[in-house]
Ligand binder design. Structure first.
Ligand SMILES: Cc1cc2nc3c(=O)[nH]c(=O)nc-3n(C[C@H](O)[C@H](O)[C@H](O)COP(=O)(O)OP(=O)(O)OC[C@H]3O[C@@H](n4cnc5c(N)ncnc54)[C@H](O)[C@@H]3O)c2cc1C
Length: 471
């Protein structure tokens, strides 16, 4: 049945979600040749200043609101086509590299500093890469610009101020998209918790926090989905000096390894030199469900530096059939850690995990490393992580010791659970348009990206395609 949309507020384009993907789509769309274009951005979270207030009161999750997960992210722009998403399935390599440069320039234009740029090249890098290969580890060096959690805020604020100053863009906060409205295979608008809006173009850019909604809504309106893997693991914390050989050179080291027992893909992710381990409150805006996982940050300002470095160690699994809900799997494991800690995350010394005993505060205090996440509860990760994951993590830590001597020390701290559940991949064209005319699916929520840079690029691609169709 056709939804009643006759007397509703009319826009040219509606963007659902104001993370990097939605923001870059808007930045592209305001360049439209069409005069008096009206763009509506719908966001389930709050505006940036409100997010900061709530965050200081620990009342907010870090995934929702202007800037999305990007706002309080670590702000590491991974300037390579090799990692950060699946856009190489839609865009040829040369073009993807052009987009990467364009995104880098845009972040710099809005205030990102070029100070912390790492090229990922040089003789020393080649030497470490070779040593890693001897032990079966693939080390992927790449160009990286580190904005830092603190600067990210200012960059995103500048983007917001620019977009609203054009008068083409309206941003409605605390507005949760509930339904995509469709009439005969053409999108015609969006229904939210507060009202209905009409538009011939809708961009779904709901990120990881909106992944469950995007998946359910896609199934409801008949879009084709493909499962992405789910990555589950721990955050490893160690003294900064121990990994400084790698972090000074590459800032972030990406290492991939197939564990011997399960031949399971394991990788390091989101390295935070001299950073802090953080809690990540994940909130499903659709069901209101909340759960807590682990993450990490590092700051661009030396004053905020700590004595520790942390990184995620993740085990990647892909489900085929009959089970087809990797999000639910990741969520269940995270919730198990929350259950055992009464709503928190677990911390454990590597020595205790290896000896098959829990950590308690005494044992944590005996570690040479002072944990940066004070709220984590000492416990036993082996009650939470499946054997496949635990075994692969321990095997990877052991082999990593060959390129980061000391990481396999009994003092090393492990926090769990860190989960990266990439959304189901929605079937889209090269312009990231779904099989429903006028409906675009971009960013992490559409399962096509998993980083700031690629999410931003996906916004440019959709924005450019819509601009062509508008004129
Ligand atoms: C702590 C942390 C650190 C990170 N560090 C880095 C890093 O250093 N480098 C890097 O490349 N990546 C990093 N990431 C990942 C990066 O932030 C994401 O890849 C990126 O933000 C994805 O952009 P997006 O626009 O697709 O989605 P998001 O940034 O997740 O934005 C989606 C937005 O949609 C909104 N939304 C969801 N559902 C609805 C709905 N139904 N209605 C209305 N609005 C909705 C959400 O509130 C959110 O604001 C980090 C992530 C986290 C959590």
């Amino acid at each position: 049945m056709q939804p009643e949309v006759e007397n509703l507020e009319q826009f040219d384009i509606i963007i659902v979600g104001t993370g990097p993907a939605g923001i870059f789509a808007a930045l592209e769309l305001v360049k439209s040749q069409k005069t008096n274009i009206r763009i509506l951005m719908l966001e389930s979270g709050s505006e940036l200043s409100e997010r900061v207030k709530k965050r200081n009161l620990s009342k907010s999750d870090i995934m929702q609101g202007w800037g999305g997960a990007g706002a309080f992210s670590d702000g590491k722009l991974t300037l390579t086509a090799d990692i950060g998403g699946y856009l190489s399935n839609y865009v040829i390599l040369n073009k993807l590299e052009d987009y990467i440069s364009e995104v880098e320039e845009t972040y710099i234009h809005f205030g990102a500093s070029k100070e912390r740029l790492v090229t990922g090249e040089g003789k020393k890098v080649d030497e470490i890469r070779k040593t890693a290969l001897i032990y079966g580890i693939t080390l992927i060096p790449y160009r990286l610009l580190h904005i830092g959690t603190d600067q990210c805020f200012n960059v995103l604020l500048a983007m917001y101020e620019y977009l609203v100053s054009t008068t083409k863009v309206s941003v409605y906060f605390d507005e949760i998209a509930k339904e995509i409205l469709i009439d005969r295979s053409q999108v015609i608008g969006v229904r939210t918790n507060k009202g209905m809006y009409k538009s011939k173009f809708v961009v779904m850019a709901t990120g990881r926090s909106g992944a469950a909604w995007a998946r359910n809504e896609s199934l409801r309106i008949g879009l084709e989905l493909e499962n992405n893997p789910v990555d589950i693991g721990v955050r490893v914390e160690l003294p900064a000096e121990i990994s400084s050989q790698l972090t000074d050179l590459l800032y972030e080291f990406k290492a991939k390894y197939y564990s011997p027992t399960f031949e399971q893909e394991c990788r390091t992710f989101c390295v935070c030199p001299k950073g802090i381990v953080t809690q990540e409150i994940v909130h499903d805006p659709e069901t209101g469900e909340r759960w807590i996982t682990v993450n990490g940050h590092s700051y661009s300002n030396a004053e905020n530096e700590t004595k520790n470095t942390n990184f995620a160690l993740l085990v990647s699994s892909r489900f085929t059939e009959p089970f087809d809900d990797p999000l639910a799997y990741g969520r269940s494991i995270s919730k198990l850690a929350n259950l055992l800690t009464k709503g928190n995350v677990i911390i454990q010394r590597l020595a205790d995990l290896r000896r098959g005993r829990r950590s308690n505060s005494d044992r944590i205090q005996r570690s040479a490393i002072e944990p940066t996440l004070k709220e984590a509860i000492p416990g036993d990760l082996s009650f939470v992580l499946p054997y496949r994951h635990l075994c692969s993590i321990l095997e990877m830590i052991e082999v990593l010791d060959n390129i980061i001597p000391g990481v396999n020390s009994s003092n090393t701290l492990l926090y769990g659970v860190e989960t990266k559940y990439y959304s189901s991949k929605i079937k889209v064209s090269k312009d990231l348009e779904t099989t429903i005319s006028g409906l675009y699916a971009i960013g992490d929520g559409a399962g096509v990206t998993r980083s700031l840079v690629q999410a931003s690029i996906s916004g440019i691609i959709a924005g450019r395609a819509i601009n062509r169709n508008l004129t």
